[in-house]
Design a protein around this ligand. Sequence first.
Ligand code: G6P
Length: 367
Amino acid sequence: ALIDKGNHRHFMQKEIYEQPIVVAQTLRSYLQRLEDRVTLPVPNFDLDTISRVTIVACGTSFYAGMVAKYWFEQFARVPVDIDVASEFRYRAPVMEDGGLMIVISQSGETADTLAALRHAKEEGQKIAAVVNVPTSTMAREADLLLPTHAGPEIGVASTKAFTCQLAVLAALAANLARAKGKLSPAEEKAVVKHLAEAPAALNAALAYDESIEAMAGTIAGARDVLYLGRGTDYPLALEGALKLKEISYIHAEGYAAGEMKHGPIALIDENVPVIVIAPSGPLFEKTVSNMQEVQARGGKVVLISDYDGIQAAGDGCLATITMPKVHPLIAPLVYAVPVQLLAYHVAVAKGTDVDQPRNLAKSVTVE
Ligand code: G6P
């Protein structure tokens, strides 16, 4: 069947809206809800010998990998190395026995990522591939194929593939943690519960679309935009900045909130909107204090948080975007929605070509 936009103006918008369904579809192959188990579609892959993980990807897929690094280290206590694919091979990476290389790619064809996969294979690494196209080269060459079930993604800027990658990587982190004796049955049950809540939470996040659209005009006039986040919200800040520059051509930078004082703070004035991604939780206070440093310098803040976070720190912001209150495990999936929608509406306000931004390709098959 021909893929069409349905009731949507752009493929990107359609794909943002598909996320509750495709994440649910993806999770179906990784969660055994009746048994409270998180499993992999390849049953006999031996994870207990894995002593180290290397993650390699490009673009948005790389940011999914950055989130996963936090998870693998936190849950499985396995050291994780991560790099963009175009750098990986050229820095003489050390790959020891027992290493698992994880490539993440929507297309499964990105030239740099494929080259990294082949290089790691030659070095004796086991290869896991999180890919959305099951017939792709990476899918064929991997030892462990971990499919995302996002369906065809047409918009050049990746959206639904990203949240599905996060769902798969969370499931892989739980499997690795169990294999390492770091996940009790009760903890595994909790992981199943939290991941199973993701589709409804994504739906709830989408309900704020109109309020995001309403404030897009204030961002559309900016020349530079800064995104800040801590912990797993740091990769989300990077992804938000990438989305905005890809489709609206506004210069945007993502920064670790605590690192802002080592550079970007020099840029802050009333003309640079600062998007702060800060769900309430253990890192909230720290991020808010970075946000206040911005406000003290006249910076205009857009705070993305849940109701409690906005109650606690929303005063004095240019705008706030309210998200449902979710468990930290699924926060990266849920907070992807407002950063995608913000980029989308800013691009629409500017009149750029959302689905086919200039100079970009959906799949980059040259190095
Ligand atoms: C291109 C696309 C991005 C994508 C990146 C990696 O730059 O425009 O949206 O994130 O490639 O693609 P992959 O297919 O490997 O995930």
